[in-house]
Design a protein around this ligand. Structure first.
Ligand code: DON
Length: 576
């Protein structure tokens, strides 16, 4: 952290850069660091889409707290980042209340309908049919976002649902300026969206032509749906006309969500999962996310190695990280699922003693083949389609939120007449034991489909605490890579002393046990790759992973430092 202020300006006592009144401010802009974070003194929002980030900043500046801003950003992203922001999906929000010192984990994950059954995604021969779990009405779980935002506001907010919905309603009805990012994604996802006339009518021009950057995209039906929620509360979405349109559209696409399923949906306020790493406290999302448990498990495993000394992205460090990751993902396949249906052995998985056992099986010089790694014997007791945002307000409250409709634009289907894109989150269940989902993840009983159950997720909104106060707010999209991306943000700051912008930009790596591939981004040196291959890793350089949007709190300097991920063109860290 200190590094951002030890610039030439501070060290040599040169005059501050023009326009800056303190050494600190000048240093942020003129320091010798590779990459600079954004900074603010009072409140900050970091999100994957700039218009929505500014909506949140405006709310903070007008006196709203982090949760007010969080709900407003979530609704705004449903308009400005339709491929991931949503009303028709679900997610998780970790909320820190500075006054009480309490942190809670809000679960607004989608839920399987009451008529779901274990074999619903099998074909006549008993094979898993991925088309059914991804691109039909059966793919859609009962959406949780609206109920989630309502619960967050009710318990921690200061504003009403109608107040935080207002910016989103305006953006949907007046229209947004199409960015290059949005235009590109609509070209890329043409087939998925044009499969549904209701989607084509919104996201393409007359005759199916593409929107160009600079065009205006108006979403009239979505504006009306948002307005109904503002007027009627959650009942405006989960009951009555909107719910009926969603139920009808899902049924017409072969699915089975009922009006009762909609009306019965409830968000759940849970206790977060917590651990420690080199003196910091890690507070993250518990099941039905696998993220918090496995981030803590991997950190526990790595804590006894001198990671900082071994160096960022050195072959030794990457080897140890990959070995720890493989073992965690093996356990994920066996032990993680909705805790309302399956007894997740959380305490064992996050214990330091279990991490010590894991380390005994790790060789410093040789990759253990994945087939030799099995889930431990414990006694039970697609790229950028999800989105994360981080918020800290002037009082030190924090929101770490990741939400999704799973694939880019979900199943592709807008429920006709609502403007709402429906999720295909049911694919996150194990359609059949041992059969991979879209992210190559496998599972068994713990994550089998059951009525009313929530599919296992990797979304990992996380807080890192220091001396009881929020130090870091982070998280990312990226399917199975969410866990490892978020892990690396934490390690880059704690082990490698990077500032939050450097930690965000650094080349990422990922191993998920199966497939047996050490996936890396562009940017590792060929010699590092050769050293990893010599240890037995199958290293594959592939496209970028994740879109981390993080804040670091520098309590000493009284600054909020933002890292918006430049892997996405419209990311923004903005404060006041
Ligand atoms: O909940 C999960 O783990 C997935 N549905 C997240 C999907 C995702 O991150 C897509 N973006 N790459």
């Amino acid at each position: 952290m200190k590094r951002i202020f030890t610039s030439a300006f501070v060290l040599t006592g040169l005059a501050f850069a023009p326009g800056f009144s303190t050494a600190q401010e000048a240093a942020i802009y003129s320091g010798m660091d590779r990459i600079h974070p954004a900074w603010a003194k009072n409140g900050m929002v970091v999100a994957q889409e700039a218009v929505a980030a500014r909506v949140g900043r405006d709310i903070l500046e007008a006196g709203g707290n982090a949760v007010d801003a969080g709900a407003a950003v979530a609704f705004a992203l449903a308009v400005t980042l339709p491929r991931a922001g949503n009303l028709g999906g679900g997610g998780f929000m970790v909320i820190h209340d500075a006054e009480s010192g309490d942190t809670k984990a809000l679960d607004y994950r989608e839920m399987a309908p009451s008529t779901a059954d274990r074999d619903m995604f099998l074909d006549d021969e008993g094979n898993a049919d991925s088309n059914k779990s991804r691109f039909t009405g059966l793919a859609t779980g009962v959406p949780g976002t609206v109920a989630g935002m309502q619960m967050a506001l009710e318990q921690y907010g200061t504003m009403t649902l109608a107040e935080v919905l207002a910016p989103a309603i305006r953006l949907a009805s007046e229209g947004i300026t199409v960015t290059a990012d949005l235009a590109d994604s609509l070209i890329g996802l043409e087939n998925r969206l044009k499969a549904w006339p209701s989607s084509e009518a919104i996201f393409y021009k007359e005759g199916g032509a593409f929107f160009e950057p600079g065009d205006t995209l108006v979403q009239t039906d979505l504006a009306a749906t948002l307005q109904k929620i503002a007027d009627e509360g959650v009942a405006g979405f989960y009951e009555g006309e909107t719910a009926q349109k969603i139920v009808d559209a899902v049924a017409a696409a072969g699915g089975r969500i009922s009006m009762e399923d909609m009306a019965n949906y409830e968000a759940i306020m849970r206790e977060p999962v917590t651990g420690t790493y080199r003196g910091y406290e890690i507070v993250s999302m518990p099941p039905p996310s696998s993220g918090g448990i496995h981030i803590i498990q991997i950190l526990n495993t790595l804590e006894e190695y001198p990671i900082g000394w071994l160096g960022s992205n050195s072959a030794e460090t990457i080897h140890l990280m990959a070995e720890a990751m493989k073992r965690a993902y093996a356990d994920r396949s066996e032990y993680l699922g909705d805790p309302g249906f399956y007894d997740v052995p959380q305490a064992e998985l996050i214990s330091k003693a279990y991490a010590a056992d894991i380390r005994e099986g790790i060789s410093r010089s040789r990759a253990t083949p994945s087939q030799e790694i099995k889930p431990a014997d414990l006694t039970p007791y697609e790229s950028d389609q999800t989105t994360h945002f981080s918020i800290v307000d002037k009082d030190g409250n924090a929101v770490s939120n990741t939400y999704t409709i799973n694939f880019s634009y979900g199943s592709g289907m807008v429920a006709d007449g609502t403007g709402v894109l429906m999720n295909n989150e049911m694919d996150d269940f194990a359609a059949k034991p041992g059969v991979m989902n879209a992210y190559g993840l496998i599972g068994g009983d713990a994550n089998a489909v059951e009525p009313g159950k929530r599919p296992l997720s990797s979304m990992s909104p996380t807080l890192v605490m220091k001396d009881g106060a929020v130090y870091m707010v982070t998280g990312s999209p990226g399917g199975s890579r969410i866990i490892t991306t978020t892990l690396q943000l934490i390690m880059n700051v704690i082990d490698h002393g990077m500032n939050i912008a450097e930690a965000t930009e650094a080349t990422r790596i990922h191993h998920q046990w199966l497939p047996e591939v050490l996936r890396v981004e562009e940017g590792l040196s060929p010699d590092t790759i050769a050293l990893l291959e010599a240890r037995g890793h199958d290293v594959q350089v592939m496209e970028t992973m994740g879109s981390a949007q993080s804040i670091l709190v520098d309590a000493e300097e009284g600054l909020l430092l933002g890292g918006a991920d430049t892997r996405q063109t419209s990311s923004l860290a903005v404060g006041y």
